[in-house]
Design a protein around this ligand. Structure first.
Ligand SMILES: Nc1ncnc2c1ncn2[C@@H]1O[C@H](COP(=O)(O)OP(=O)(O)O)[C@@H](O)[C@H]1O
Ligand SMILES: [Mg+2]
Length: 336
């Protein structure tokens, strides 16, 4: 599949999975990839962590208004009529918090003067304590508004780790059922509509080729589809090994090459070979199981050996993504 087509399958991509599997890293790599294909990309960060910005080589903390993390050389300056709109080829990231989303919502509804006082009085915590899901719906309501306003070709949401993500994404349904009317219900209804429309929103699950993350990805996939009705894109298997080890033992290899190798060296090389081959076997087993138990296309991305993920690593990872995406079937054709 064409990268541009892949990135345009839905306007919002929610990147989810077990903690530590590489969600934030994949958000950065997908953002880089999409911007490289000329799209405007908005990354939504929920936890105020430095990961996404750091991956683009920035030390600045993200705030609600957001900042540009990378821009195509020839991209026009951001439109002055709408400061929120992202320019083509550009990655912008925002840290969306419930408090600031509420402030903005109130200001947009003619309540600017009281909004600051309301929010600073902590009323949001009182309301959130009484009505579970209110904070989540404020954040998702903001995402929905940005999607409707078409502020970017692609909005990438760096979701919380699986357990919390399920609660987060279920909030809309819960509130549609609980609230009889008013702004909370209407926000919740709009968010539920966004989440259940595959042309507007999909989830990309990230996993490692290891037993526990694969279990969690499979379980999450069914829960997301059944409980929330959200469509699933391909699953990203992150940090894969090349998965090959020499077939020949170190001893046989030395004999064939006619080398009189030090026995200690041969023993050490053989131990390394056995280790690699065992690891490759375990990975292949988990990849096969994932394929059997979760009928989704797989995008496999390699492990990058680096102390931390920065610009260079993101480029490598986004090339891996591009290669895997190129191998996916065209949309509309049956997935097998
Ligand atoms: N493909 C990869 N190769 C090597 N290290 C990776 C890769 N993907 C992620 N990491 C590292 O794994 C750790 C967890 O990644 P992160 O994206 O923060 O996960 P999550 O957001 O799911 O918690 C980070 O230290 C990150 O740098
Ligand atoms: Mg993260």
């Amino acid at each position: 599949m064409d990268v541009r087509a892949f990135c345009r399958q839905s306007r919002v991509l929610i990147v989810a999975g077990k903690g530590g599997v590489g969600k934030t890293t994949m958000v950065a790599a997908l953002a880089h990839l999409a911007a490289g294909a000329g799209l405007s990309v908005l990354v939504v960060e929920l936890e105020g962590r430095p990961g996404v910005a750091a991956a683009f080589g920035s030390d600045d903390a993200l705030d609600y208004a957001g900042s540009v993390l990378s821009a195509a050389g020839a991209a026009p300056a951001e439109s002055s009529t709408d400061a929120d709109r992202v320019a083509p080829g550009t990655v912008r990231a925002r840290h969306i918090t419930p408090d600031e989303a509420l402030l903005e919502y109130l200001a947009d509804h003619g309540l600017r003067r009281i909004s600051k006082r309301l929010v600073s009085s902590g009323i949001i915590d009182v309301v959130a304590g009484a009505i579970p899901g209110v904070k989540d719906i404020l954040v998702l309501g903001k995402v929905k508004q940005m999607e409707r306003d078409e502020i970017a070709d692609l909005i990438l949401l760096d979701a919380p780790a699986t357990g919390h993500a399920m609660t987060f994404l279920s909030s809309a349904r819960g509130l549609v059922d609980a609230a009889r009317g008013g702004p909370i219900r209407s926000q919740a209804t709009d968010v539920a509509e966004l989440l259940t429309d595959p042309a507007r929103c999909q989830v990309v699950l990230v996993t490692l080729a290891e037993e526990m993350p694969v279990n969690e990805a499979i379980e999450a996939a069914y829960a997301l589809e059944d409980r929330i009705g959200i469509a699933l894109g391909p699953v990203i298997v992150n940090a894969c090994d090349p998965g090959t080890a020499p077939a020949l033992s170190a001893h046989d290899a030395a004999v064939m090459a006619g080398v009189a190798a030090d026995p200690d060296v041969v023993t050490a090389l053989e131990a390394a070979r056995v280790f690699l081959s065992t690891r490759a076997g375990l990975q292949a087993e988990q990849l096969a199981r994932l394929g059997r138990e979760l009928p989704l296309a797989q995008i496999r991305v390699g492990y990058v050996a680096a102390a931390s993920i920065g610009k260079h690593e993101i480029e490598t990872l986004s090339r891996d993504l591009a290669l895997a995406i190129a191998g996916l079937p065209e949309p509309g054709k049956d997935r097998t």
